[in-house]
Write a protein that binds this ligand. Structure first.
Ligand SMILES: Cc1cc2nc3c(=O)[nH]c(=O)nc-3n(C[C@H](O)[C@H](O)[C@H](O)COP(=O)(O)OP(=O)(O)OC[C@H]3O[C@@H](n4cnc5c(N)ncnc54)[C@H](O)[C@@H]3O)c2cc1C
Length: 561
């Protein structure tokens, strides 16, 4: 067997034997399509025998035989549907692979440019140039409208974004209905536990512990489309990807996170990761924070916070407190001027946590500057410029931790799904889109006015799952979100002020006050952040275990509000 790759999901080859199916299984193939009629030549393995072998290895099998060069529309459609239903890579074969490739090419008509289809076939060793006319006709004569807009694949559920919210939602959906076809559109090959980057910046976690391969977190049964979504066509129930594929859905979940706008600050992108300029907001620069902190003995250390909304609004301060704690422990804090430059007007948005934080501001001697927004960095000169009420102020620094301005992803902001700020406009209780009932949004990319945290996404995912399934069955949303989010403020190494709150700043502690009083620094909260939460993230949240986040009925949530 010598398979050729036609795209990320499909391999084609000539006649296979039952033994080849073992090899296909080891390569992760989940569906085999046989396009060769039985009995074309003596000794040819029977389709029934190949199917029996595939069944034994739990690989799906489809027999779509083509004879006499008759590529009828029903076979083309059957081939396309089979591909769409596969929960992983597909292997299609005939005598030489040409019939399988031809069916693929015809099934892709309209969802990719004709030239791209022919070139992929050519690269795999199949010259289909004589098909150009038929592919082009199919691309323009569909009864569904222009074929260029017809989906290459259609799923019950499409999820845009394989981050914290996207993966958790997929597992919560499949846990409730494993028969649904679910696809996740996600271009990255790594999945990050971003809350761990604060700990990386303080030398507590190894960077690697915060990164797993995307493949390892993709839920079983999900089709991973490894590309970026580029636009939404909600009227047609379609998403178009950056390489032009059109993906159809019955229900859509939009969870692409938010966008770090490094370029909004003049000079920042060019100097980040060097010249003493760092950020815990990136996997590759969080270790540099720790390098700077542990080597600093004297000078000026600046910590910045941009305008809201940002993900984990406490993270700019967390970096500052943990750095100060290290300098205090090493006896150098008195030689370092520490300043916090916050574009906002308060230390933390929920006032109950401010007294404990102010205690640490005083302990570390931090100079607080409110309504002071970073607008430019000169890495070589080691200066930072801030816009303040009285005008622009430029300060020299030895180290600076920057939290970048954050905006809605552009492809969402430019779409029909966006609210005025560019985020996916959903109802803050049901997470359902306000204009398109079969679309849901969650996580940092959603419009709900909660703290943008993984803790919030953890609570939202099961709610989205339950409400989406209700919609697919023709019903209405049943579960409600109360705005819960959590921000474990690492005020010193070993202690945390555990902020947990919902809409309107209502305190929502997960634990009784005698165990953890979230408004006070606590050792147990540190253990939660350093030991329990990463484990819960990887093994609970991403695997569909809904510990402490069972969806509540809408009425109960509204009554409690
Ligand atoms: C330094 C730091 C500290 C934090 N601390 C905490 C904390 O202590 N507690 C807490 O709960 N939270 C914390 N957070 C916040 C938390 O990580 C986020 O709120 C959470 O990851 C949001 O999940 P999400 O799924 O919305 O977005 P993400 O997890 O960011 O995932 C978005 C995914 O969408 C993908 N995507 C983007 N564009 C496209 C596209 N065009 N097509 C397809 N896919 C796309 C991305 O590749 C990504 O995989 C912290 C974050 C940072 C950076």
């Amino acid at each position: 067997m010598n398979p050729h790759k036609l795209d990320e999901k499909l391999l084609v080859c000539g006649q296979i034997t039952p033994e080849d199916i073992d090899q296909a299984a080891s390569a992760g193939v989940r569906l085999i399509i046989n396009n060769r009629p039985d009995g074309e030549e003596p000794g040819q393995p029977l389709s029934a025998d190949l199917k029996a072998k595939a069944d034994a290895l739990s690989i799906a099998y489809r027999y779509i035989p083509i004879s006499g060069g008759n590529f009828d529309d029903a076979s083309v459609m059957a081939f396309g549907d089979a591909l769409a239903s596969a929960d992983g890579p597909t292997l299609a074969f005939c005598r030489t692979g040409t019939r399988a490739t031809t069916l693929w090419a015809l099934s892709q008509a309209g969802s990719r440019p004709t030239a791209a289809i022919l070139s992929a076939a050519n690269a795999a060793g199949y010259d289909l140039s004589q098909l150009r006319g038929r592919i082009e006709t199919a691309s323009t004569s569909s009864p569904d409208g222009p074929a260029a807009d017809r989906p290459a694949a259609r799923y019950d559920v499409v999820i845009v974004g394989g981050g914290a919210g996207g993966i958790a939602t997929a597992t919560s959906i499949l846990k409730r209905d494993p028969k649904l076809s679910v696809a996740i559109i996600e271009p990255r090959t790594e999945h990050y536990y971003q809350p761990g980057w604060t700990m990386v910046g303080a030398g507590v976690f190894e960077p690697k512990s915060t990164c797993h391969s995307m493949a390892s977190v993709m839920p079983k049964g999900v089709t991973w489309l490894r590309e970026a979504a580029q636009s939404f066509q909600p009227e047609q129930n379609q998403v178009t990807t950056a390489n032009g594929s059109v993906i159809g859905y019955r229900a859509l979940v939009v969870a692409p996170g938010n966008m770090l706008d490094w370029d909004a600050i003049d000079g920042l992108a060019a100097t980040l990761g060097q010249n003493g300029v760092t950020s815990n907001y990136r996997y590759d620069t969080a270790p540099y924070t720790w390098e700077l902190v542990r080597n600093l003995r004297e000078g000026v250390a600046l910590f910045t916070q941009p305008p809201m909304p940002i993900k984990c609004a406490g993270a700019p301060q967390k970096a500052m407190y943990l750095s100060c704690d290290n300098w205090l422990e090493r006896g150098v804090l008195n030689n370092i001027d520490v300043a916090f430059h916050n574009a906002g007007g308060v230390l933390f948005g929920v006032k109950d946590y401010v007294p404990a934080l102010m205690g640490y501001v005083e302990r570390y001697g931090i100079d607080l500057n409110f309504e002071s927004t970073l607008i430019a960095v000169d890495g070589a000169a080691k200066t930072a410029t801030f816009r303040e009420k009285t005008g622009e102020v430029t300060r020299a620094f030895d180290m600076m931790h920057v939290t970048p301005p954050q905006i809605a992803p552009r492809f969402v902001a430019d779409s029909l799904l966006a609210d005025k700020a560019g985020y996916v406009e959903v109802d803050q209780v049901t997470m359902q889109h306000v204009r398109y009932p079969n679309i849901f949004g969650l996580g940092d990319g959603g419009s709900t006015p909660n703290a943008k945290t993984a803790a919030a996404a953890r609570k939202q995912a099961p709610i989205v799952a339950v409400n989406l399934l209700a919609i697919l069955k023709g019903g209405e949303p049943v579960a409600g979100y109360d705005g819960y989010g959590s921000c474990p403020l690492t005020v010193e190494k070993g202690k945390i002020v555990l902020a947990e709150f919902g809409y309107g700043g209502k305190l929502m502690p997960s634990f009784p006050k005698w165990l953890i009083d979230g408004t006070q620094p606590a050792r147990l909260s540190w253990l939660l952040k350093s030991e329990a939460l990463p484990w819960i993230y990887w093994n609970g949240m991403l695997k569909g275990h809904e510990w402490l986040v069972k969806p509540q009925p809408i009425e109960r949530v509204r009554q409690a509000a």
